[in-house]
Design a binder for this molecule. Structure first.
Ligand code: NGQ
Ligand code: ZN
Length: 455
């Protein structure tokens, strides 16, 4: 990679849009200098507004291939748990080639919408019969290959999954592709850390008991003091009831009491928190991993975002089940759900006159980067050059300036104005198209046809 310089028409720096920003990028793909108000010189112009790329802080890439397949009415009381059964049946048919093809498509689509990095919450470890592959890291290596092909910045989160439910309930047949013992998990983490940045992901308090959770926290520390730790928590009311029956405490309260939750942690969903848990979570410095479109799709419930933000809580967004590839759809609905709930407008940003679009984007970008442990999420010297360039001629943006561009992006239209995307100094989306889009789409199509015939 060569060092390069660009002159952006405007750029989002913090939560402000500045005009005429020269961006110098070094040979490692990091931002070396930023010069707002730079005069046009002999550097390449980036026509439009440059914003930091959005980290996707929670992704199960393989689920992209089942989007839309669980939308048939079930028996009375259809719910999350029945969706999970459909998902288990679906993944039983997936080969390593499928996993790679689907993941590359997922990441390429995300890039076209502005997700420049992804935390892959990777729990598909074993062959369909539950035995290890000859190469135990087979499927994790497929994820890495897919991320490389797509050019997304990957943080791999190998997932520890031990049990079927609270109190070390035995795993069901549909869960045997996820199970690893401690040695197998530590070996996987060690092997993968040689390829990519990793974090440690105990799946949930359902799938990992207190002893294994404590062990996983120690393992994370052994990979370095800043190693991310992610887990699903309190997504469903049933999980809260089961946790209360098991421990006498609600899941987030239990976690805050028993684990060293701090800024390295990402609590995915954390949907069902009471006022005390909400305040404690905000004070912990952890990131709430909000996946609004999936949470809506699965009927999870509504995270108390307004009190959480008022308490100084940090958040990022994730594509999770990949029913949506767009960070904008996540942010739009984060705000809209609270408008519906409160019958008010402009509710996640309350400083009079402040841009809600800019505020949501800036917070999700920096919270996401924190969760991934990736130096990114703001346009700042030393951060990775993860850049999204918005086309000023797109019908959704035309005639807008400054932060009004971001309000228009977040709150209007159904086609993306994302023109170009750079990850760590390399252009991966040009003029709205992924540079390897056709080859990635062709592999994905082969997999989808094969799965359609097999299911
Ligand atoms: C997952 N997804 O691991 O893919 C989960 C479902 C579970 C979401 N929670 C399985 N959205 O939580 O047990
Ligand atoms: Zn998940």
């Amino acid at each position: 990679m060569h060092a390069a310089s660009y002159l952006a028409d405007s750029a989002l720096i913090g939560a402000e849009v500045l005009d005429g920003v020269r961006i110098d990028i070094d040979a490692d793909g990091r931002i070396a200098a930023l010069h707002p108000g730079a005069a046009p010189g002999d550097v390449a112009r980036l026509a439009g507004l440059v914003v930091p790329g959005l980290p996707n802080l929670h992704c199960h890439a393989f689920q992209r291939a089942m989007a839309g397949l669980a939308e048939r009415a079930g028996p009375e009381g259809d719910n999350f748990w029945r969706w999970r059964e459909v998902m288990y049946r679906f993944l039983a048919a997936l080969t390593p080639e499928d996993v790679q093809a689907i993941a590359a498509q997922t990441y390429a689509e995300g890039l076209c919408h502005g997700y420049t990095s992804a935390a892959e919450f990777h729990y598909l470890h074993n062959a369909p019969d539950g035995t290890a592959y000859a190469e135990p890291a087979e499927l994790a290596l497929r994820i890495v290959a897919a991320a490389e092909a797509a050019g997304v910045g990957l943080t791999l989160l190998p997932v520890l999954y031990r049990h079927g439910g609270f109190g070390a309930a035995p795993a069901a047949a549909g869960q045997r592709r996820f199970l690893l013992d401690r040695d197998g998990f530590a070996a996987l983490c060690g092997a993968m850390a040689r390829h990519v940045p990793i974090g440690i992901a105990p799946h949930s308090l359902r799938a990992v008991g207190p002893d294994d959770l404590a062990w996983a926290c120690e393992l994370a520390a052994a990979f370095g003091p800043a190693t991310p730790v992610h887990l699903h928590v309190a997504e469903q009311a049933q999980e809260v009831a089961d946790c209360l029956a098991w421990s006498g405490a609600r899941p987030v309260a239990w976690l805050l009491d028993h684990a060293p939750v701090d800024a390295r942690w990402c609590l995915v969903h954390a949907t069902h928190v009471d006022g005390d848990e909400c305040a404690r979570l905000a004070a912990s410095g952890a990131v709430a991993g909000l996946c609004q479109t999936t949470e809506a799709n699965l009927g999870d419930g509504i995270f108390p975002l307004r009190p959480y933000l008022a308490a100084g809580g940090r958040f990022g967004v994730g594509s999770d089940s990949n029913v949506s590839a767009s960070p904008v759809e996540e942010l739009r609905w984060l705000e809209y759900v609270r408008r519906l709930e409160s019958r008010a407008r402009n509710v996640t940003e309350t400083r009079p006159g402040a841009s809600v679009g800019a505020s949501l984007l800036a917070r999700a970008a920096s919270g996401g980067a924190q969760a991934l442990g990736r130096p990114a999420g703001t346009l700042a010297v030393g951060n990775m050059a993860d850049l999204v360039v918005l086309d000023p001629a797109h019908p959704a943006l035309i005639g807008r300036h400054g932060t009004a561009l971001l309000d228009a992006w977040v709150f209007s239209g159904n086609t993306t104005p994302v023109a170009h995307v750079m990850v760590g100094g390399t252009w991966v989306v040009r003029n709205g198209a992924h540079v390897r889009g056709p080859a990635i789409a062709a592999s994905f199509a082969r997999t989808m046809r094969r799965l359609a015939a097999a299911l």
